[in-house]
Design a protein. Structure first.
Length: 141
């Protein structure tokens, strides 16, 4: 795993999960070390996001995540201390793998948006970088 200071937005990648379609609907499978680059230790989702709200606004020191728009759409803006990239997520079979050390902001949620996050670790407050000044120090250490 890369240290936060050396990771960049280029280390984050889109993952397209297989979509098995039938007359009764579609199915996508997400298995650790198969479609996902890590073992899943935590799953959470956000929904009923008020119009104009942003989520995220932090980075992680060691945590990997995959973020998926299970329903609706939203923008994921990632920042590595130098470069910024914005990705619109709007398909339930596409996710973004976020590596450690990347600042993220979720915004522009549609009214039906559900954001699913798969994480490589259980919740650990000490892994969060919530202040932009602390993030700049982390990236230059």
């Amino acid at each position: 795993m890369m240290n936060g200071p050396t990771t960049s937005v280029d280390d984050c990648s889109l993952i397209t999960f297989d979509k098995i379609e039938s007359n009764s609907g579609s199915l996508s499978v997400l298995e650790p070390f198969q479609q996902l680059p890590f073992d899943i230790k935590r799953v959470y989702y956000i929904y009923d996001i008020p119009s104009g709200s942003e989520r995220g606004g932090h980075a992680h020191k060691t945590l990997d995540q995959v973020i998926i728009a299970i329903s609706g759409s939203f923008d994921l803006t990632i920042f590595d201390g130098v470069r910024t990239k914005t990705i619109q997520l709007n398909r339930p079979n596409v996710g973004v793998h976020l590596v450690p050390g990347i600042w993220r902001i979720l915004s522009n949620f549609s009214s039906s948006a559900v954001c699913l996050t798969l994480a490589s670790q259980v919740y650990n407050e000490s892994d969060y970088i919530r202040e932009s000044d602390h993030y700049r120090l982390f990236k230059t250490s």
